[in-house]
Write a protein that binds this ligand. Structure first.
Ligand SMILES: Nc1ncnc2c1ncn2[C@@H]1O[C@H](COP(=O)(O)OP(=O)(O)O)[C@@H](O)[C@H]1O
Ligand SMILES: C=C(OP(=O)(O)O)C(=O)O
Length: 471
C-alpha cells in the first residue's frame, strides 16, 4: 500500500465525479481547494462531487482549504484572456486592494496597495511564482502606478501571484477574505485541513484557531505555508501551535534565493519529523505534466527526494487543477512515491530516535522496531484520537499501519499522515475482542490473510503491541 500521501488540487481540469473518482483510485488522499481561485459556489459544487466520488469508490479522502493569505495577486484578466509578454515590453501595475478591477495587458492590477511603496526603481516584481520577471523603470505617484519592463517571454493568466523578492509585506497574517473563506469551508465543506498561505508568526496560527473555535471545528488541522524568510525563521515558534506544515516552494523560491529552497525543504521536513508533525512538500513536483503525459527526469528525482527527505505528503497543484493530464499526474506520482518509500531504509534520512514521549509514542516506537525485527507486514493500531497513528508515522515502519478509529472526523484527519491507512471501527470492549477485531479488519482491508502474523498496538484496554497470527 502506498505510504506517502498525495494532495491533489482540484480546479477546472477536475470538474466531474468520474474524473475525481479516477484521481482517488490513482492515489489522491487529500483534495486541496485553493481559495485564491474560484467562487464559493464553485468550490461547494466541486466538494459535493468529491463526496459522490468517495461513495462511488468506497474510499475516503481529506479536504483541505488553502487560503489566499497575505499573498499579493493580480486580479482576473479581462475576458479571461491570457497575456503574452516578451523581453523589452513594458506595462503598468495599478493598485487595487479590493481586487475588483480587471487586469489588462497594459495595466496589471495588484491586490496589495503597498506594492507601490515597497518596490523601488530598479527592483523586481515577479509574477506567477517567478515565471514572468519584470523590473520597475519608473513610478507615477499621482496614479500610484508602477511602470515595469519585461525581462523574459512569459504568459500571464488570471489571479497569478506577484512577489517582491526580499520585501516584508505589510498585510495581516489572516485577512478578512481568509476568515470568510475559512468560515465558508467549515460550514459547508467539512474540511479537515487548512493550508494557510503566507503565515509568518505564531499569532497567525492562533488567529485561525480562534475562528475554528468559533465555528466549533477545533479538530481542523492547521498547516502554515511559510513562504518568506520571516516565516521560515519562525518555524519552531509557529510549530508550537500548528498541526503540520507545508513547504510551499513556489512563492518561497521567489522570496528567498532559490538555491536555498532545497535546504529549507530539508530543514522543515527534518524539524517536523523530530516533533512528529506531518509535512506536505508542494509545487512544481510534476509541473511539466500540465501538458505532457509523463514527468521529466528532474521531476521524478525531485519527488523521490522529498520522500527520502521524510515528507509525509507530496502535492500536485496546476497539474491536477488546470492541466491536461490530471489522472496521469496522480498515477505517476504514486509510482514515484511508492518506489522511493520502498527504499527508504537504504536512502532515506534517518528517522528521529526515541527521546522521551508518552505511552502511545513508546508503544508505536517499539512496535515499529518489533515489526521490522519479525518481518511483520501489517500493524493494526487502535486509536481514540489520531495520536498513536501519528507516532507510527514518526518512526516510519516498513509495515502498513491500519488505524482503527471511532469517528469519520478522526479517520479523515489521518489522510495526510505517512503510512497510515485509517478506517472506522467500534472501540473494543476488552483485550480479547480487540485482537479479534484487529484480525478481521486487517483481512477486510486486504492487508492480511489467514496465517499471517500481525502486530496489534493499543493504549486501552491494555497498553502494548501484541503479535497474533490471523485465524
Ligand atoms: N478553483 C479554481 N478555479 C480556476 N482556476 C483554478 C482553480 N484552482 C486552480 N486553478 C488554476 O490552476 C493553477 C494552479 O493551481 P494552484 O497551484 O493551486 O494555484 P496558484 O499557484 O495560482 O496558487 C492556478 O494558477 C489557476 O490558474
Ligand atoms: C503552494 C504554494 O502556494 P500557492 O499555490 O497558493 O501559490 C506555493 O507557493 O508553493
Amino acid at each position: 500500500m502506498k505510504k506517502t500521501k498525495i494532495v491533489s488540487t482540484l480546479g477546472p481540469a477536475s470538474f466531474t465525479v468520474p474524473k475525481i473518482a479516477k484521481l482517488i483510485k490513482a492515489g489522491a488522499n487529500v483534495f486541496r481547494f485553493n481559495f485564491s481561485h474560484g467562487s464559493h459556489p464553485e468550490h461547494f459544487k466541486r466538494y459535493k462531487m468529491v463526496v459522490q466520488a468517495e461513495k462511488q469508490t468506497g474510499m475516503n479522502v481529506g479536504i483541505d482549504c488553502d487560503t489566499k493569505g497575505a499573498e499579493i495577486r493580480t486580479t482576473a484578466n479581462k475576458d479571461g484572456k491570457k497575456f503574452t509578454y516578451h523581453p523589452g515590453d513594458t506595462f503598468n501595475i495599478g493598485m487595487d486592494a479590493d481586487g475588483k478591477k480587471e487586469t489588462t495587458k497594459d495595466l496589471v492590477q495588484s491586490t496589495y496597495d503597498g506594492l507601490f511603496d515597497d518596490v523601488h526603481v530598479g527592483g523586481h516584481v515577479m509574477f506567477d511564482d517567478g515565471i514572468l520577471d519584470t523590473i520597475c523603470v519608473s513610478k507615477d505617484s499621482s496614479k500610484r502606478q508602477l511602470h515595469v519592463k519585461v525581462q523574459n517571454t512569459a504568459t500571464l493568466g488570471s489571479r497569478k501571484t506577484a512577489d517582491i523578492p526580499g520585501a516584508i509585506v505589510n498585510l495581516p497574517g489572516v485577512t478578512k477574505k481568509d476568515e470568510n473563506d475559512i468560515r465558508f469551508a467549515c460550514e459547508n465543506m467539512h474540511i479537515n485541513f487548512i493550508t494557510a498561505s503566507f503565515l509568518r508568526k505564531p499569532q497567525d496560527v492562533r488567529d485561525i484557531q480562534k475562528i475554528l473555535k468559533d465555528e466549533n471545528m477545533t479538530d481542523v488541522q492547521i498547516f502554515p505555508k511559510l513562504e518568506n524568510q520571516e516565516g521560515i525563521d519562525n518555524l519552531p515558534q509557529i510549530m508550537k501551535f500548528a498541526d503540520g506544515v507545508m513547504v510551499p516552494r513556489g512563492d518561497m523560491a521567489v522570496n528567498i534565493p532559490f538555491e536555498n529552497v532545497p535546504l529549507v525543504q530539508k530543514h522543515m521536513i527534518h524539524y517536523c519529523n523530530k516533533i512528529g508533525k506531518p509535512v506536505i512538500t508542494a509545487t512544481q513536483m510534476e509541473a511539466s505534466m500540465a501538458v505532457n503525459p509523463r514527468p521529466s527526469r528532474a521531476e521524478v528525482s525531485d519527488c523521490a527526494d522529498a520522500v527520502f527527505d521524510g515528507t509525509d505528503a507530496t502535492m500536485l497543484s496546476g497539474e491536477t487543477a488546470n492541466g491536461d493530464w490530471p489522472v496521469h499526474a496522480v498515477a505517476s506520482m504514486a509510482r514515484i512515491d511508492t518506489k522511493a518509500e520502498n527504499h527508504f531504509a537504504e536512502y532515506g534520512y534517518p528517522r528521529p530516535k526515541f527521546d522521551g514521549g508518552d505511552t502511545e509514542e513508546a508503544v508505536a516506537h517499539s512496535a515499529t522496531l518489533e515489526a521490522t525485527d519479525l518481518g511483520i507486514k501489517t500493524i493494526v493500531c487502535f486509536a481514540k484520537n489520531g495520536h498513536m497513528p501519528r507516532m507510527f508515522s514518526k518512526y516510519h515502519p516498513n509495515a502498513d499501519v491500519l488505524a482503527l478509529v471511532p469517528t469519520e472526523r478522526i479517520r479523515d484527519g489521518l489522510t495526510i499522515d505517512w503510512g497510515i491507512h485509517p478506517v472506522m471501527a467500534k472501540a473494543p470492549a476488552d483485550f480479547k475482542s480487540a485482537l479479534q477485531e484487529a484480525m478481521s479488519e486487517a483481512v477486510n482491508s486486504g492487508l492480511a490473510k489467514k496465517g499471517d502474523k500481525i502486530l496489534v498496538a493499543m493504549a486501552t484496554p491494555v497498553k502494548g503491541a501484541f503479535v497474533v497470527t490471523v485465524k
